[in-house]
Ligand binder design. Structure first.
Ligand code: CP
Length: 324
């Protein structure tokens, strides 16, 4: 693997899931693979799970991780070609990224969308310039449109749950991604990415349900069934992935705060005793009810724990490619 930006960088999702589960069974299986290698984790935005799980994963492979909170501790970066830098930005990405490429063997970056300019966000203006100028493999820790480490984790968690439930092994599982209310404008990344990975994986019936106006980019959803009636969509679901996102069409806007869209036990009763997923962080009793999060069907803690094994399988695949 040369980089990890989207599902398109993975030739065999099931093989990557198997590799992750092998690391879960034996975290130090490849403890020498990353010896004498250094990994940089650059954060332009906050994180709990991504920053810690990726560090643990790197250390399990013998790598030295260094975390840099660019947003708080670095110079303000400029990303526009030909910019006259007489404003707030101090250093151009063309100057900073090659230096980072000299310091690190793998460069990981978190950079959220601005949710103002759809063209800038959906062209992945920022992470693509790190790729262009760093000269080392780049791993997305969540970019403007996608969150691939989360989506790989999600498929690992679904596969693990199927392996533990014989009733699910003899059928094609139904997976529903449902929009949930939120008070703020939230990126589409997790939902775009989950859709992209579910479609690329192709081993489930995949339904997306949301209010009118919350259609995601068809670049990622093509192949999924789209439904505007949540109760209909939830019927017989085996997995329900709960997530808020802001409007793609009316870019970045919050069009609906209807609390009827929040999943609770009454809605869960429509499903096939579905397992419930969320990437976290979650706003309790806004996005998802206490009764679900604290109940027996919630997979959220297991899901977040699996972030380590997803990151470890990706970093190992990049290190193996570097050795060839
Ligand atoms: N799910 C996720 O990416 O969590 P963090 O934002 O805490 O990293």
């Amino acid at each position: 693997m040369k980089q990890f930006i989207s599902a398109n960088d993975v030739t065999n999702i099931n093989a990557l899931v198997s590799k992750a589960l092998a690391y879960k069974a034996n975290p130090f299986l490849d403890k020498q693979l990353g010896a004498n290698k250094r990994i940089g984790l650059l954060f332009l935005n906050p994180s709990l799970r991504t920053r810690l799980s990726t560090q643990v994963a790197a250390q399990n492979l013998g790598m030295e991780p260094i975390v840099f909170n660019v947003d708080k501790e670095g110079w303000a970066l400029e990303f526009t070609e030909g910019a006259i830098m007489n404003g707030t930005t101090v250093e151009h990405i063309k100057d900073a990224a090659p230096i980072l490429g000299n310091y690190f063997d793998i460069l990981c970056i978190r950079t959220f969308p601005g949710l103002v300019n759809q063209q800038d966000d959906y062209s992945e203006k920022i992470i693509n310039q790190f790729i262009q100028y760093a000269g080392v493999p780049v791993v997305s820790l969540e970019s403007a449109t996608l969150h691939p480490l989360q989506s790989l984790t999600d498929i690992i968690t679904i596969q693990e749950s199927i392996a533990l439930n014989s009733a699910l092994q003899s059928k094609r599982p139904k997976v529903v991604l449902t929009w949930a209310p939120h008070i703020k404008s939230i990126p589409q990344c997790v939902s775009n990415s989950f859709s992209q990975w579910m479609n690329a994986w192709g081993e489930a019936d995949f339904v997306i349900t949301h209010p009118v106006g919350y259609e995601l980019s068809t670049e990622f959803t093509k192949g999924a069934i789209i439904a505007h009636q949540q109760d209909e969509a939830l019927k017989d679901a085996d997995f329900v992935y709960v997530k808020n996102w802001s409007s793609y069409e009316q870019y970045g806007q919050v069009l609906c705060k209807d609390e009827q869209w929040m999943l609770n036990n009454k809605k869960l009763a429509l499903t096939n005793d579905a397992k419930v997923m969320h990437c976290l962080p979650v706003r309790r009793n806004v996005e998802l009810s206490d009764e679900i999060l604290d109940g027996p069907n919630s997979l959220v803690t297991k899901q977040a724990s699996n972030r380590v094994w997803a990151a470890q399988s990706v970093l190992a695949s990049i290190l193996e490619a570097q050795k060839k």
